[in-house]
Design a protein around this ligand. Structure first.
Ligand code: HEC
Length: 151
């Protein structure tokens, strides 16, 4: 458990360092940058699933760990009043808090199951990776449709 968290955070910080400077204490920047790390992990994992990036168990494990770390931290950065400003978070996050919690819990459950399946060295081959990573990718569209607005 501890191991994937550390790896996941490390992977997240690489993305953060490469793409943006965090305004201290701004939950909008934090949650958007966590989602950017999710998008980066989706790019890595999706690229390996499609055969555009050579599969490696270590990279598979890293993509899964990033998803797991994000799924457990993302929900902490939606304080009341943070629906305004440069954000695509939908007001439904606050008006249907239970629904948002459920979407977060499903995201975390699929990511945790993938961590379990990934073992010490990562999923052994691309088929094992697809079986673990596919269900994580099944969360993006449904959560965005319910809890994100188009701008
Ligand atoms: C539990 C809900 C949820 C899930 C699951 C989820 N997202 Fe998001 N995502 C959001 C919300 C809410 C925002 C808007 C954040 C904001 O603008 O404050 C967002 C924003 C984003 C952004 C824009 C970030 C930015 O810099 O503005 C990207 C890219 C993204 N998500 C990719 C993904 C991908 C890829 C997946 C699936 C692997 C995914 N998301 C899964 C809720 C979710």
């Amino acid at each position: 458990m501890r191991n994937w968290l550390v790896h996941g955070l490390a992977a997240g910080f690489v993305v953060v360092g490469a793409t943006s400077v965090i305004a201290a204490g701004d939950p909008l920047e934090t949650r958007k940058t966590i989602m950017d790390s999710v998008a980066a992990a989706a790019g890595l994992g999706g690229g390996m699933m499609k055969g555009e990036i050579a599969y490696s168990p270590a990279a598979g494990k890293a993509a899964i760990a990033t998803m797991a770390a994000a799924s457990h931290s993302f929900g902490s950065f939606f304080p009341a009043g943070s629906d305004a400003g440069d954000t695509t978070a939908s007001p439904a996050i606050w008006s249907d808090a239970a629904g948002f919690e459920a979407a977060l819990a499903k995201f975390a459950a699929t990511a945790d199951a993938a961590v379990q399946a990934s073992g010490k060295d990562g999923p052994a081959d691309v088929d094992a990776f697809k079986a673990a990573f596919g269900p994580i990718m099944g969360n993006c569209k449904s959560c965005h449709e319910a809890f994100r607005v188009k701008k």
